[in-house]
Structure formats: structure tokens, C-alpha cells
Ligand binder design. Sequence first.
Ligand SMILES: [Zn+2]
Ligand SMILES: [Zn+2]
Length: 283
Amino acid sequence: REVFSGGGFGGIEDLFGGGTSRRSRGASRSGSDLKIKLPLTLEEINTGVTKKIKIRRMDICKTCQGEGAKPGTSRITCPVCHGSGEVREISRSIFGQMVNVRPCNNCHGEGSVAEQRCPVCAGDGRIRDQKEISVQVPAGVNSGNYLTMRGEGNAGVRKGPRGDLIVIFEEKNHAMFIRNNDDIFVNLHISAAEAVLGTDLEIPTLNGRVRLTIPPGTQPGKMLRLKNKGIPHLHHTGRGDQIVRIEVDIPINISGSEKKMYQDLVELEQKRGLKFARFSKIE
Ligand SMILES: [Zn+2]
Ligand SMILES: [Zn+2]
């Protein structure tokens, strides 16, 4: 079976009863697998979600019950291969007799053909149909993780086993949050005065609003951590954190009284002298 990047998603597959035999018997052939992408919001990934999705897949033709023959008629032994499904070609060469075996073109290797083809499926025994499938997405999945739903793919030919449905998860972009592993990052913009004096603010998280204390003297770029407010871990208990990154907004348009205050501040600094070195090496 094909292996997708971003695997490491074992365990989930076991829920859908693996180990069904995919060997085909006689004329039957197993159906092919279907792959679909399932976009998910961060909110859905955070809680886990049951999604109903519509898929188009091959299903058994109800008119002919998958036999491919017009109702009332039956399948007859293929006149070309006489039921073996194979054609043998014998040729002579200097090494002696050579036997070449290939599938019969007339019956596609089935050994039998419909006396009259089913008018609905044109003899294939299957028709394309739409089906609604319920997908249970566990909390904490990542883009590229996939879920294999056994026996939900395309129907097989002549009652061969169904293929699998492979649901590949895709994380949608969020308006505010970005995700790194199971941590959530967000910028918090505070004013210069708030950075100097410190403040107490409500922060939105995927798990509700949380109060965060910004200590006095907080520098731009400072990362503050809200423990256990991130995404649940997929493979073990617990969850990531939310990281709040401080941005200090320097005002551009200020009122006359604000300007006066800043001017007073600059005067004070000039009298007292700077408390930091003017220059430093860029790191
Ligand atoms: Zn049919
Ligand atoms: Zn044949």
C-alpha cells in the first residue's frame, strides 16, 4: 500500500478492522482506492470533529446486481477463450515450441461475457454514485496525516472486494493563529506606555479567553507562554501551549497633550542621562 508523507498516524487505522483479504477470486477484481482531501479549521483540529463528506465512487449496479448482463439474460461462457479467461499463443522457434499466455481480450480475462449487456452500466456491473460518509477526525491531526477507511473505496468488479477510502487531512489557514507542532502563536500589540508600566489583558485562545499579565518593562519580541492552551497531542495525553509574542506599537499620530508628555520624558532622560548603551552589535 502507498505510504504518504507525514505518516506516523498508525493506531487509528486499526479501528476500521484491517486485514481484509484483497486477493481476487475468479473473475472478480478488487476495486481501486479513493483518495480525498479533507480541509479542517484549527478549531476543528483542536476539538476533533465528525465530518460528513460526499464522495463519488463506483457502486454495484442495482439493475444487474453487478453481473453486467441485461436483466432476464445471463452470462455465457466466452466463445474466444472457452471460459479460461486466457488465450494461449503457440509459436515455433529454433529453441522449440514457445507458449505465450495473455488475458483474453473478449472477456477481459473473466471467462464469461454478458449475452446482452446491462443497459444501465453498459456491462461493467458498476455505476458511479454519490455517497455521504461520516469521518471521525481525532483532535490533534496535522496536514498530511491520513485515515484509511477500509472497504469505503470503489466497488470491485463482479463482487470483488471494495477498495479503501483514504482521507488526507489539510489544515486551513487561520485568520489570527499559526500553529507550530501543537503550539499556537499569536502577536499581541501593546502601547509603549503599557510596555513600560505593564498591564493585564484578555487573550483569545482556541480554548477560550485567558487573562495574561504583561509585566512592567516588557520588551518587544518577548514571548509569553500560556501553558496547555494549544492543540491536543495526537499520540499522547496533554496539549501544546499558546505563545503570545509582544509587539510594541509606537504611535504615529498623537495629540498635543501626548506630545507634551513625550517631550517632558525626553527632557528628563537628557538631564538624567541614558540608562542603555546607544550602540550594540547586531546579533
Ligand atoms: Zn448493470
Ligand atoms: Zn474470453
